[in-house]
Structure formats: C-alpha cells, structure tokens
Design a binder for this molecule. Structure first.
Ligand code: ADP
Ligand code: MG
Length: 235
C-alpha cells in the first residue's frame, strides 16, 4: 500500500532521513518506533506530502506520489496536539472534510452519526471541543480523519499528550477500531509498549535510518541486534 524507497531528507547538512526504505501492507497497522529525533515525524511528513524528500520515492497504491500535493493523496492525519475548530460543535468538526467535498447533507449526517458512534461520542454531537476531555478530543480527531474515508491514516504520537491511563484506554480502543475499519495505518510512537500492543509490524528508526523492521515478536527474537534489545528492553 505504501512503499518508501531510499528516501533521504536533509536540513542544511543534517540528514533527518538517510536512505530510508519502508513497506506498509494494505490494511495493516505499522508503528514507527524510535527515540526522539530519530526521524519518525519527518518520515510521516514525507508520506503525507508535507515534505518533499531530497532523494528517493514514495509510492501509494502503485502510484508515485513523491511530488504530489498532500490533499491529493487520500490520507488522513492526526497529530499529538490536535487543532480542533474551537468555534464548531463536535458534529461540525467531524463533518468538516465532507462539507469541503460538497457531499450531500443526508450523507454527511449519516456518516457523522456512524463515526461518532464508532468512537464512542454519540451523545456529544452538540458539544464544543472545550467541553470534551483530552481523550475524547483525540477520538473526535480520529473520527474527523476517518470521515473522508482515507486510504491511509497517519498518526503522529496522537496520545502522547495524555495521561497514562487515558492513553492505555485509547490504545485498546484504536486497536479495536482498526480491526473494524481496516484502514492502512502508520502510528508514530516512542513508547515501545504502545507499539507492541498495537502494531502488526514495527519499524525502528534511529539516527534517520531503519534499525530493524518486523512483527512485534520478531523484534524480540533478534538478540544479535544490540540496539533493538537495548531500546526495547527485555520481554
Ligand atoms: P522524531 O519525530 O523521531 O522525534 P523528527 O523527524 O521530528 O524526529 O526529527 C529528526 C531530526 O531532524 C531531528 O534532529 C530534528 O531536529 C531535525 N529536523 C526535523 N525537522 C526539521 C526542520 N524543519 N528543520 C531542521 N531540522 C529539522
Ligand atoms: Mg516526532
């Protein structure tokens, strides 16, 4: 579904990404794991089209999108500090992308109802974002991203700003959502537990390079890789 080939991205002389290649299977949930500054957000931004790489290509569904504008890639995003439209209700926040696309009113209403049900905010349609908890706001952000039925959902530390217990709840919930909706998802996290619990596949970045990639169990089964063992710690 997503094929990143030999992508490099430099800022001045510094390589934030250094010949990174990553394959993401259709319908999977891939975690990008790595320490702060390892290039996770930069890679996500390259996939999204918010950055053009200096070298390499990004292919989505067999189409080279390396230089295609973000809004034409069929991608939904959720970032750590989600910017909701404060003056709009929850319903209007979720409907926003559908309105921009000029979908019929009845279709928008049905879609918003369905998604707010899925994210457990059915009774919150008329509220404003300030009347939601942090976890509820992130669920609203996910509903908004999913409303336009993106082919790919990119999540950059979406729960990073929240309390540990809220984060754990959202993780379990995201996994269930993914199992239901099957949208190809790339989740950035520096939290190994989050990656282990959620992902079908984990890609470990370090210093702008791919250190390791595989199923969560496989990463633990590579004792020869001192970085991965050191970073992930014992089981
Ligand atoms: P991560 O998300 O893994 O914490 P980032 O992808 O945000 O890492 O950043 C990787 C490296 O690239 C960091 O050293 C960061 O300072 C640098 N970097 C990212 N974006 C820019 C930018 N716009 N200008 C200069 N340096 C940047
Ligand atoms: Mg980041």
């Amino acid at each position: 579904m997503i094929s990143v080939s030999s992508v490099s991205k430099r800022y001045g002389g510094f390589a934030a990404l250094d010949e990174v290649s990553v394959e993401v299977e259709s319908g999977s949930l891939t975690a990008l794991l790595g320490p702060s500054g390892s290039g996770k957000s930069t890679l996500l931004r390259v996939i999204a089209g918010l950055e053009v790489p200096d070298e390499g290509t990004v292919v989505l569904e067999d189409r080279d999108v390396t230089r295609l504008a973000p809004q034409r890639r069929g991608i939904g995003f959720v970032f750590q500090h989600y910017a909701a439209f404060k003056h709009m209700t929850v319903r209007d926040n979720v409907a926003f992308g559908l309105k921009v696309r000029k979908r019929p009113k009845a279709e928008i209403a049905a879609k918003v109802d369905e998604l707010l049900g899925v994210v457990g905010l059915a009774g919150y349609q008329g509220r404003h974002p300030s009347q939601l908890s942090g976890g509820q706001r992130q669920r609203m952000a996910l509903a908004r991203a999913l409303a336009v039925e993106p082919k790919v959902l990119l999540l950059d530390e979406p729960f990073g700003a929240l309390d540990a217990n809220v984060r754990a709840e959202l993780r379990a919930w995201l996994r269930r959502l993914h199992d239901e909706v099957h949208v190809t998802t790339v989740l950035v996290t520096h939290d190994q537990e989050e990656a282990m619990e959620l992902a079908d596949r984990i890609v470990v970045l370090n210093g702008g390079r791919v250190e390791q990639a595989g199923a969560p169990r496989e990463l633990y089964d590579v004792p020869a890789n001192p970085f991965v063992m050191g970073f992930l710690g014992p089981v």
